[in-house]
Design a protein around this ligand. Structure first.
Ligand code: HEM
Ligand code: HEM
Length: 407
């Protein structure tokens, strides 16, 4: 077995690179296409991690392969091959080399703009982001990754078909000189190793790096709850019957309802993009003040689509069954130091729990700002109740900032 290629045949290292990459791409493509159909939970994240680790491996092999190629003589085309075919084959190979870089790089780019925590290579070390997170590029990056993959499939299929035509119709040595020399043993061994790696890698990843990246729903649920609470605080629905404190309308464009989550020790910020708040508030007439807030839970945005999808899923908000969170005040309390707190109840999913909000209100003429803070306990609402989510922070601080105009 010769490591280097010669004018007539490919060396064993060139063959290894070629067939290892073919096998890895087959596994990687199948994994990519199936993992995107999985319910996004911790189970699926293991496969996402595996996909990224194999993808980075393919990229590293492409770099090594081209480096080796610079020192390795390339066999001449078989003597019977017409010049146009040789040219077409060279163009095809150049295209394949380009795609071997572009497909994993586009995946890495997509992962980076998603803004998840840096991926971990088989749980052994962290691979940094290529660029800063940018939610506006997520869709484009995904499209590019997926499209380049299908271009690779088409070019590789044409390339493989050409190799088979040479073998079965032209009956020349083009294919056989690229095949492992000593029977099928090395190929079989590579296959077995690959399958073993695929089976072993997910548990190994988890065992080696239990605090691994992949920011799932994390404390999002709690956050959402918190956000809901905050929203509640923010808005007050004008009570229908009894006399009412001054009513305010909320400037949605300037108001925010945010929350902070933690997952495996790392923190992230989230916000609810859509909520309605009816607010009647007068510090001199707390008895007739009221907040009534409804939060559209599917509008939770934590800057990472996988995490947002997890939040909307059954383990957390289950937005298809329970689309809204609702907060309504029960009483207001003024402490000796003048600070105001609000007691109310917050409903998320089918669970209602008492919540206390700290309120800061500042009015200037017909304009005012209302800031509310609370810390929600996600367990109160059954958010992330399963053992899969023990790494999600139990407490979710929520902050609502409402910009108000007098009605
Ligand atoms: C040659 C290497 C690679 C191949 C052949 C490949 C192939 C694929 C395929 C077929 C999909 C499914 C696309 C869809 O139907 O939506 C996919 C998705 C994905 N790939 Fe790759 N990929 C590669 C490398 C990478 C790398 C290096 C990363 C990140 C470091 C990556 C990250 C992702 C992610 C995050 C998704 C999921 C997209 C989603 O959730 O919608 N890929 N990949
Ligand atoms: C993902 C799939 C594949 C990729 C990315 C790929 C890539 C490549 C590249 C880049 C080369 C050029 C090597 C060089 O000049 O350094 C090559 C050569 C070759 N490939 Fe593939 N290949 C794939 C699948 C296949 C399959 C399935 C077959 C066989 C059915 C095959 C048969 C060959 C042969 C025979 C050569 C040598 C051609 C020659 O001597 O001129 N390849 N491949």
């Amino acid at each position: 077995m010769t490591l280097k290629s010669d004018v007539k045949s490919w060396g064993s290292l060139a063959k290894f690179f070629h067939w290892a990459v073919v096998l890895l791409i087959l596994a990687e493509g199948a994994l990519g296409l199936s993992m995107v159909k999985l319910h996004k939970g911790p189970g699926a994240f293991v496969y996402y991690d595996l996909h990224k680790s194999i993808g980075i491996t393919i990229l590293a092999l492409a770099v090594l392969r081209l480096t080796w190629r610079a020192f390795d003589p390339r066999p001449q085309a078989v003597p019977t091959m017409p010049a146009w075919q040789e040219l077409a084959a060279r163009a095809g190979h150049a295209l394949l080399y380009g795609l071997l870089f572009l497909v994993p790089l586009s995946g890495w780019w997509f992962d980076s703009v998603e803004g998840l925590r840096p991926m971990s290579w088989f749980g052994l070390f962290e691979v940094p982001h290529l660029v800063a997170a940018d939610p506006n590029l997520k869709h484009l990056a995904h499209e590019i990754h997926e499209t380049l993959f299908w271009v690779l499939v088409a070019v590789a299929a044409g390339h493989a078909a050409a190799a088979l035509v040479h073998h079965f119709f032209n009956k020349d040595a083009t294919l056989t000189r690229m095949l492992p020399r000593h029977g099928r043993a090395p190929l079989g061994a590579a296959l077995v190793l690959l399958i073993a790696a695929l089976i072993v890698a997910p548990p190994v990843t988890r065992a080696l790096n239990p605090r691994a990246p992949r920011a799932p729903a994390e404390s999002t649920p709690a956050s959402a709850a918190a956000a809901a609470t905050a929203a509640a605080t923010t808005a007050a629905a004008a009570p229908a019957s009894a006399p009412q404190a001054r009513a305010w309308s909320v400037d949605a464009a300037q108001s925010t309802l945010g929350f902070k989550g933690t997952y495996q020790g790392g923190g992230f910020d989230g916000a609810f993009k859509r909520f309605d708040a009816a607010i009647a508030y007068d510090e001199a007439d707390l008895a007739h003040s009221k907040f009534d807030v409804t939060v559209d839970l599917a509008s939770a945005d934590t800057g990472a689509s996988e995490r947002d999808d997890t939040l909307k899923g059954d383990d957390f908000f289950a937005t298809s069954k329970f689309p809204k969170a609702h907060f309504v005040t029960e009483s207001f309390e003024k402490a000796a130091d003048g600070s105001v707190s609000v007691h109310g109840s917050l409903t998320i999913r089918d669970k209602t729990a008492p919540v206390v909000l700290a309120v800061k209100f500042a009015a200037a003429g017909d304009k005012a700002t209302l800031d509310v803070d609370t810390v929600l306990k996600r367990a109160d609402y059954g958010l992330g109740a399963g053992k899969d989510w023990t790494d999600v922070g139990a407490d979710v601080p929520v902050h609502g900032h409402l910009v108000l105009s007098a009605k």
